[in-house]
Design a protein around this ligand. Structure first.
Ligand SMILES: O=C(O)CCC(=O)/C=C/C=C(\O)C(=O)O
Ligand SMILES: [Fe+2]
Length: 317
């Protein structure tokens, strides 16, 4: 049951926009260090806590949490499309553990997921199917959202279950931190798009083009400080990283959804980090082994990468 954790921001613009060469080099280096960390750990199982952005989950049935017993990624924003190698029995065990802990998860045997799931797997492993993966969807984009403490309780329940498994397990949290990307909302989207947020129909080629050019334009406006959307919030991001680094995850229980939303609609994705770190914390004390952070408007992201391991116990004298 050895554990390791890697939490990272994702961005659909990672391969589409260029921040300054120095900043790009920093990000490349941080992601390379994360990959080396994972290589050295050599996981036999990945459990990924991941959101979606109306690419796999829609309002025809929008669960707060869903555990995939069979899943694939859809290949949005140029990320890989294809099946994940999901061990059904372990996915079912995670779901049973969550339900026993009174966290009402759904299960899916036909889960579709987007860049939020594919990007970290591609960055850390090169491919989607290098390692068995249990995907755990946490709704962060589609209101109503439950309190953030539910993500902590989900993570704890999954962590306690995984502690009884024999595999080397990598926990991934994908998302955050502060950011306000132009993801459509049911209440404000024009009628054909609002209908799609319910039905999940394919985007037309024109809608797809406008989605990508719109995100690129929004990033440019954010970098030029001419965007009307919520700005990145480095102080809040650093405070959040401090909390997960100190292990005081229950501090976040006091954050209301409105508090979190003040740092952008995408800031709700911190739920994935809270769940992943809570899963690790449920197995014992942990320590951060690497941490990178930079606010990057070109990616519309308070961009962070952290890795962590169970704390090495002092043997005393
Ligand atoms: O239908 C759409 O427009 C979806 C757009 C989308 O997928 C945007 C994603 C943004 C992030 O992943 C993010 O900034 O966290
Ligand atoms: Fe996202």
């Amino acid at each position: 049951m050895p554990f390791a954790l890697c939490c990272m921001s994702h961005s659909p613009l990672l391969d589409l926009n260029q921040p300054s060469p120095d900043l790009q080099a920093e990000v490349t280096d941080a992601l390379k260090r994360a990959r080396t960390f994972v290589d050295e750990f050599a996981p036999e199982l990945v459990v990924t806590f991941t959101p979606d952005h109306y690419n796999g989950f829609f309002y025809r049935l929008m669960p707060p949490f869903c555990i995939g017993a069979a899943a694939r990624t859809v290949g949005d924003y140029g990320t890989a499309a294809g099946p994940l190698d999901v061990p059904r029995d372990i996915a079912a065990g995670c779901a049973e553990a969550a339900l026993a802990a009174e966290v009402d998860v759904s299960v899916s045997y036909d889960m579709e997921l987007d860049h939020a799931t594919a990007q970290p797997l591609q960055i850390l492993f090169g491919t989607l199917d290098a390692c068995p993966v249990v995907p755990i969807f946490i709704n962060a984009a589609a209101p109503p959202l439950g309190p953030v403490t539910r993500a902590r309780r989900l993570g704890e329940a999954v962590g306690r279950f995984l502690a009884g498994r024999p595999e080397r397990i990598l926990l991934i949290g994908s998302g955050g931190l502060s950011h306000d990307p132009p993801v459509p909302a049911l209440g404000t989207a024009p009628a054909p798009l609002a209908e799609r947020l319910v039905s999940g129909r394919e985007l037309t080629a024109d809608e797809e083009r406008r989605k990508v050019t719109g995100a690129i334009a929004e990033a440019a406006a954010l970098a030029a400080r001419s965007s009307s959307r919520i700005d990145l919030c480095p102080d809040w991001d650093r405070a959040f990283l401090g909390i997960v680094g100190s292990g005081g995850l229950d501090t976040i229980d006091g954050w209301s959804n409105e508090d979190i939303a003040r740092h952008g609609s995408g800031a709700q994705e911190i739920r994935t980090w809270v769940a992943a770190y809570s899963a690790l914390a449920a197995t014992g004390p942990y320590e951060i082994t690497d941490r990178y952070y930079h606010p990057i408007p070109e990616y519309i992201a308070g961009f962070a990468v952290t890795t962590a391991l169970p704390a090495t116990r002092s043997t005393g004298s």
